[in-house]
Structure formats: structure tokens, C-alpha cells
Design a protein around this ligand. Structure first.
Ligand code: APR
Ligand code: PHB
Length: 391
């Protein structure tokens, strides 16, 4: 087989890139290790920046998000139960975010691929990248016990943190930065109306909590837990008691308790790999970087990487110019690092870690009080939350 761009991974990054390249007349094949159902079963983020909203429209898959997505003009921060609002629209000159589950976004991308008979090979095993430093790279895999060989011009590594692409870059070339936080997020999805019109991020002595949503009838809540915690130690009743305590007295009575339809613990990690290009391989999304979910940046960074990479590849095939490809890594990383900073900062200001001393805990409350009382400080939070400009 032959294609112009072989894309590894059919998560949001891989499918959005494939859709944008198709729109630009660039031929590509997507290789995904799991089944489509498995990919859809993963419950992930829910807040998307205008950048991604616009990209979904450009990719021709934004209709349902426009119909069902919830446009939010602000979000809230609770400090020991005292809630204040970050007015995104007022503080950013009119920008907003849209609440729309990653699962739904991925479903929309999958349906668009299926409708056009796009080449997505699910349950592709033993994916391997070859000749990345040559001008004739290729990808091999095993599908239904048969070997597959795909010759290509470029490989897009959209295969997430545990994928094969980043590991195909020689260790002597790759530089990584990592912080593993000594906590995780225990998340619950339930079919109950949200406790608040907008999200509430809570800083509480007992630990972080978040009240989010997927729609007017489906809620998503999180509590910070230790890395040694097990799901079986968190029956629904205990979860509802804890999230109520951490969201505080004004919010707790508005929480509608319901049976969890999904419950999972996700680790908190900051991670960046540089460069995001090696020869004919380009990394995008979680394959190159991870953020703690506090800032809701993971999906949105995958989107900006894909925006830059799809533009660069389209330009190469349209005009034979490789400047976009040559500047991709630096351009993407400039935005990645700023989102890493915001995600790390917001996590550090709202979570309780055992190694924090009394002064650090006090500084958290001072920082959040400063944001509450200063328009300038709140504007810094707001411009990062809605997403910094693409360039
Ligand atoms: N071969 C083929 N596919 C692979 C391989 C492999 N060796 N390894 C992983 N994959 C697939 C995974 O099964 C997954 O479907 O690559 C896909 C990567 O998707 P994501 O992990 O969702 O990463 P990305 O598309 O960059 O989206 C980032 O997803 O994980 C969340 O918080 C993250 O919201 C962010 C978004
Ligand atoms: C979610 O709804 O899953 C969500 C929302 C905001 C975040 C993280 C997760 O910052």
C-alpha cells in the first residue's frame, strides 16, 4: 500500500488530522491499535477552546457540537466553599469555551471518516515505523494475522503517551521534561443535572474537586485522591459525600446524587518531549505532551498541534514548500509550553500535596484571593483558560 501521510492513532489528534488533510486533498491512512468501540469507551475531557471549535467546523464535523455543545461564558473557583466567578467573556473581549465531551467529538470524527469510506485500520497490531531519517519512510503492522506494509512520505505520530511514535525517536535526539504529581483524579459520570450552570473548580483543605458536565442531564465530577487509592474503596455514596464536602455548603445542596455510569482514576502528569519532529516523523497530541487535566488543555493542545501540522503538510503538497514542516516543532512547542505552565500553575494552586508546608498552603489561598480581587490577575487566568492565540 502507499499513501502520502501515515497517521498512527485514531484518537482526537489522529482523526482530526486525517479529516483536515482529506479536506486539503492530501491522501492518508490511519492505523489504530484498538477497536473503534474501545476508543469511544474512553471517557476524557469536556471543555474545548474556540480554536478547536473552529477546526471542527473547518473539518466539516462541527454541526452536532454546534447543536449540542454548551457555550460557557465563565467558570467558577471555590475556596473553602466561597465561590467566585471568572467572567471569560468580559475578561477576554468576548471569548468563550464550549462544553462538549471528547467522546462525542471523536464519534463525530469517526462518523465523518466512515461516511467517506476513509482508510482507518482498527485493531492494527505491532505497528512499527521505518526509514524515518530517509526520504522513503514506511509503516508496518499486522491486521487479521496478515502483514501490512505502507510506503509513505510522512508519518504523523498521534498515538498518545504510550504509543510507538515517540519511542521511535532515538534517545540521543529526544529531550523530555516530566513532573508526576503524587495524586490522581477520581472521576464519576452520571445521568443527573449539573449542580451549577458553569464549572466549579474547588480548592479545599481536604483536596481538589471539580463539578463539570456533559449536557443539561449528564454530570461529571472529580475529586483528588492519593495514588494508592482503589476504585473499590470508593462506592458512590462515599464519592458523593466527599465531593459535597469539598464543593462546600452553598453548592452541596444543589448536587443531584445518581448512580455512576463510569468511574475511573486518572494520574496527574506534566510531560513534554522535544523535538516534535524527527526526519519524516511528526508528533502531535499526547504523543508529545501531557498536562494535568486541571486546565482542560490536553485535547486543545492536540488540536493546535494538528492545526499547525495540517497547514504545513497541505502547504508542502500544494506548493512544494517545506518551511511549515521545518518550523512545526518550534511553533507547536511555543504554545505547548505555555499551556503546560497554566496547567501546572492551576494544579499547584488548587490541589493539596503531602509535601506542601504551611506557607505553601497559605500562598495558595493568597494567590486565589488575588485572582478574586484583581481584574488584571483574573484576566491572566481567563486568557489562558479560553486558549492563547495560535501565533
Ligand atoms: N499503534 C496504533 N495506535 C496506537 C498505538 C500504536 N502503537 N499506541 C496507541 N495508539 C492509539 C490509542 O489506542 C489511541 O486511540 O493512539 C490513540 C491516541 O489517542 P489519545 O491517547 O486520545 O491521544 P490524542 O489523540 O493525542 O488526544 C489527546 O486525549 O488522552 C486524551 O487527555 C488527552 O484529551 C487529550 C486527548
Ligand atoms: C471534564 O468535564 O471532564 C473536565 C472539565 C474541565 C477540566 C477537566 C475535565 O479542567
Amino acid at each position: 500500500m502507499r499513501t502520502q501521510v501515515a497517521i498512527i492513532g485514531a484518537g482526537p489528534a489522529g482523526l482530526l488530522l486525517s479529516q483536515l488533510l482529506h479536506k486539503a486533498g492530501v491522501d492518508c491512512i490511519v492505523l489504530e491499535r484498538q477497536s473503534a468501540d474501545y476508543v469511544l469507551s474512553r471517557i476524557r475531557a469536556g471543555v474545548i477552546e474556540q480554536v478547536l471549535v473552529d477546526l471542527l467546523d473547518r473539518a466539516g464535523v462541527g454541526a452536532r457540537m454546534r447543536r449540542e455543545g454548551l457555550v460557557h461564558e465563565g467558570f467558577n473557583i471555590a475556596v473553602e466553599g466561597e465561590v467566585f466567578r471568572i467572567d471569560l467573556r468580559a475578561l477576554t473581549g468576548g471569548k468563550t469555551v464550549t462544553v462538549y465531551g471528547q467522546t462525542e467529538l471523536t464519534r463525530d470524527l469517526m462518523e465523518a471518516h466512515s461516511a467517506r469510506g476513509a482508510a482507518v485500520i482498527y485493531e492494527a497490531r505491532d505497528v512499527a515505523l521505518h526509514g524515518l531519517e530517509s526520504d522513503a519512510p514506511s509503516v508496518t503492522c499486522v491486521k487479521d494475522e496478515a502483514g501490512v506494509h505502507i510506503a509513505c512520505d510522512f508519518v504523523a505520530g498521534c498515538d498518545g503517551f504510550h504509543g510507538v511514535s515517540r519511542k521511535s525517536i532515538p534517545e540521543s535526539v529526544l529531550q523530555t521534561w516530566e513532573r508526576v504529581y503524587p495524586s490522581g483524579w477520581l472521576g464519576v459520570l452520571c445521568d443527573a443535572p449539573p449542580c451549577n450552570e458553569e464549572l466549579i473548580y474547588s480548592r479545599h483543605e481536604r483536596g481538589f474537586a471539580l463539578a463539570s458536565m456533559r449536557s443539561h442531564t449528564r454530570s461529571r465530577y472529580y475529586v483528588q485522591v492519593g495514588l494508592d487509592e482503589r476504585l473499590e474503596d470508593w462506592p458512590d455514596e462515599r464519592f458523593w459525600d466527599e465531593v459535597s464536602r469539598r464543593l462546600g455548603g452553598d453548592v452541596a445542596p444543589r448536587i443531584t446524587r445518581a448512580a455512576s455510569i463510569e468511574k475511573s482514576i486518572a494520574p496527574l502528569r506534566s510531560f513534554v518531549a522535544e523535538p516534535m519532529r524527527h526526519g519524516r516523523l511528526f508528533l502531535a497530541g499526547d504523543a508529545a505532551h501531557i498536562v494535568p487535566p486541571t486546565g482542560a488543555k490536553g485535547l486543545n493542545l492536540a488540536a493546535s498541534d494538528v492545526f499547525y501540522l495540517s497547514q504545513a503538510l497541505a502547504r508542502y503538497y500544494r506548493e512544494g514548500a517545506s518551511d511549515g514542516l521545518d518550523s512545526y516543532s518550534a511553533r507547536a512547542l511555543a504554545r505547548v509550553w505555555k499551556a503546560e505552565r497554566f496547567s501546572w500553575w492551576f494544579t499547584s494552586m488548587t490541589h493539596q500535596f503531602a509535601d506542601m508546608d504551611a506557607f505553601s498552603r497559605r500562598m495558595q489561598r493568597v494567590e486565589l484571593d488575588y485572582i478574586r480581587s484583581s481584574r488584571a490577575a483574573a484576566a491572566v487566568v481567563a486568557e489562558n483558560y479560553v486558549g492563547l492565540p495560535l501565533d
